[in-house]
Design a protein. Structure first.
Lengths: 379, 298
């Protein structure tokens, strides 16, 4: 997601002259025989809002804890601002973390929680109160300065945790599932507040989340992780529209996957044989496929058109029968069974009233998509 | 409130009435009576055969003479003060020994904790008296400790420990240690480890995180443990009489001697009532601490 207030497109990762704020060079982490992080190379740039996304156990939290200084890398080098972080303890790093459980000190008031880190920094005593007030204003909690954490609501606690982590003006802020404990509505509001605060303070944020919508909303770039490896690191739109693997396509959003073998490749297009007697699918070719190799065609349901008439102008078209319709208010998803037995989802915006819908259960329909709507990925 | 609920609440009240309040009133009445060479050794006694008149007769026979006696003989207030001193010092010593043990238990690997907890509770399976006698065997001049120290050559003459205040402190710390460890362990075990990480993240070293986070959060457990040791120690009788010497002055011992050696039930009762009044202060403070903890836990 591009930020409207940035004058130009914010993309330091595309600029070879930029030096990264954080760099992982061949970093691995093992706990006994278990490899949690497997030779990761990654650059994160100043002012980025970077998301580590993946299922639980993929190593995203370990990666973050290595930045915070709670875990050491088994192999490789982690640099922050050019400095090798090996052996530097958490309390000596210009990095602060917002914990998943918030980890607010229950015996201290909100103001003293915010002052906790400042009192242990070289900030003169006279300036601490001013900084605490500034942070309270930033998260709009001025009235609650004297409350103890247990007297606050979940959303207020979340903001105290954020303010406390930002109070020392760190170079890098780490957020471990920061919105996980909030209900859905509050979470959505807070996502925008987080982005707002990130922009105001100009701090680099690294967020760990398993919620792909959250990652796509807030992050400038997303790293999709699986079993200790980075599968794809890219902007939200590129991850969604041009996933580099079936894993990423499947993890982010809803997707149709058709497996087969590559029939031919020509330029940026390729064709996939997928079913006896059916015409091969033409789609965008991705790296790593070659003639005859196993591959999968992936396409988002909203890019699959559904019609009663055969769309003769399109190369990719298949006939099937409607097995199910999921009505979601603003849109409907049609589940269409193809002659070879596979089920394809087509999502259509409900521009018309439901009574005027042309297609219903058991209807024979045509599904079609353009040559550029989907991609053929190695499988 | 319906009847069954009232009945349910009535049970503990009845229990307290029969087993605490009535005996307390009897002791209080004896403390206001006069010494008499009779059975029981005080007068007046309630003679219910006289009917209602017996109560007014009893009332006219009661006075606070025994309490005046306690202030006249300095043995008593010295015994109270000495008991307070011994209770405070031994509570502090128990804390000093108990806190590191509770801390180590709370930081031990999960699979060790039940066994460690067992080891703390295990002494309770043996009679308290037997354990105190065992200490006599350890601490006496020819005891295990002196034999061992002489064998390794640290000392040439046996140390005199038994029948001194040192033996009393050792006995009290040993006996009441579980009462200190368990509440502290309970608070430390609940401590969220991420709080310590947060403290380090915000600039604390490991040791300053201990002082800034662990200790303040363990405070309710420390307070509870201190009261649980202090309250019974103040009236302790068995340990000072078995391990202490003739110079060990504790009010529990005085009380016992008044009752059984002097057979002066009236003064003994007065001593007991004053002891209870002294204990009410820490008990009320303890209750308030518990209450506060419960509120904070919500």
């Amino acid at each position: 997601m591009t930020k409207p207030s940035q004058p130009a497109v914010f993309a330091p990762w595309d600029d070879p002259k930029e030096t990264p704020l954080i760099s992982f060079e061949n970093v691995s982490k093992r706990f006994g025989a278990l490899t949690v992080i497997d030779k990761i190379n990654l650059n994160i740039y100043s002012r980025e809002f970077f998301a580590l996304l993946g299922p639980s156990g993929c190593g995203k939290t370990t990666l973050m804890r290595m930045l915070a200084g709670f875990e050491d890398a088994s192999d490789g080098t982690i640099r922050i601002d050019g400095q090798d972080m090996a052996g530097i303890p958490a309390n000596k790093r210009a990095v602060n973390m917002m914990f998943q459980s918030y980890a607010l000190f229950p015996h201290l008031s909100v103001a003293n929680n915010l002052a906790f880190g400042l009192k242990r920094s070289d900030m003169p005593k006279s300036e601490i109160q001013g900084r605490v007030d500034e942070m309270l204003r930033l998260v709009q909690l001025g009235k609650y300065a004297d409350r103890k954490p247990h007297q606050l609501s979940g959303g207020q606690r979340q903001r105290v945790a954020l303010a406390r982590a930002l109070a020392k003006a760190p170079k890098l802020l780490l957020l471990d599932e920061p919105l996980g404990a909030l209900d859905k509505k509050l979470r959505q509001e807070t996502q925008f507040e987080l982005m707002d605060i990130q922009e105001k303070t100009g701090t680099t944020f690294v967020i760990v989340t398993h919620d792909q919508e959250e990652a796509m909303t807030v992050a400038s770039r997303i790293a999709v992780m699986d079993e200790g490896r980075l599968v794809q690191v890219d902007t939200a739109d590129r991850i969604y529209e041009t996933p580099n693997s079936v894993y990423v396509a499947d993890f982010i959003g809803d997707v149709n996957i058709i497996e087969g073998a590559v029939d031919s490749t020509e330029g940026e297009h390729a064709t996939l044989r997928w079913s006896e007697g059916a015409a091969p699918i033409r789609a965008m070719a991705s790296d790593g496929i070659s003639n005859g190799s196993k591959a999968a065609f992936v396409i988002r349901p909203e890019k699959v058109a559904i019609s009663v008439e055969e769309p003769k102008d399109r190369h990719n078209r298949v006939q099937g029968s409607v097995e199910d319709i999921a009505y979601l208010g603003n849109r409907s998803t049609y589940f269409v069974r193809l002659p070879d037995g596979s089920l394809i989802k087509s999502q259509v915006a409900n521009n018309r009233r439901i009574k005027q819908r042309l297609i219903t259960w058991e209807d024979s329909v045509w599904l079609s998509w353009s040559d550029t709507a989907g991609a053929i990925l190695p499988n | 409130m319906n009847i069954s609920k009232r009945l349910l609440i009535a049970v503990p009240y009845l229990w307290l009435l029969v087993l605490f309040l009535i005996p307390f009133l009897i002791v209080f009445k004896i403390s206001l009576s006069d010494y008499a060479v009779s059975i029981p050794p005080y007068a007046p006694t309630l003679d219910l055969s006289k009917g209602w008149a017996a109560f007014s007769e009893l009332w006219s026979g009661l006075d606070a003479e025994n309490y005046w006696f306690l202030t006249e003989d300095d043995l008593y207030w010295k015994a109270y003060l000495s008991s307070l001193k011994i209770a405070i010092i031994s509570t502090f010593l128990t804390l000093l020994v108990g806190f590191p043990m509770a801390y180590a238990m709370a930081n031990a690997p999960d699979e060790w904790r039940p066994s460690l907890m067992m080891l703390v509770i295990l002494p309770f399976w043996t009679s308290f008296l037997i354990r105190v006698y065992a200490w006599m065997g350890i601490l006496s001049n020819e005891g295990l400790l002196n034999q061992f120290l002489m064998w390794i050559g640290v000392i040439s003459d046996p140390l005199v420990i038994l029948n001194t205040n040192a033996a009393v402190y050792i006995g009290i710390v040993y006996t009441y240690l579980p009462f200190m460890i368990l509440p502290i362990y309970a608070t430390l075990e609940k401590l969220d480890h991420s709080l310590l990480e947060a403290a380090q993240d915000l600039g604390c070293t490991r040791s300053s995180a201990f002082w800034a986070v662990t200790l303040p959060l363990a405070k309710p457990g420390i307070i509870a443990g201190c009261f649980l040791v202090f309250i019974p120690t103040l009236g302790e009788f068995v340990i000072p009489s078995l391990l202490g010497g003739s110079k060990t002055l504790m009010i529990g011992k005085v009380l016992w001697e008044e009752f059984f050696s002097n057979r002066d039930w009236t003064v003994a009762s007065a001593v007991a009532i004053i002891l209870l009044l002294i204990l009410i202060i820490p008990i009320v403070l303890f209750q308030r601490n518990e209450q506060k903890q419960r509120e904070a836990g919500q």
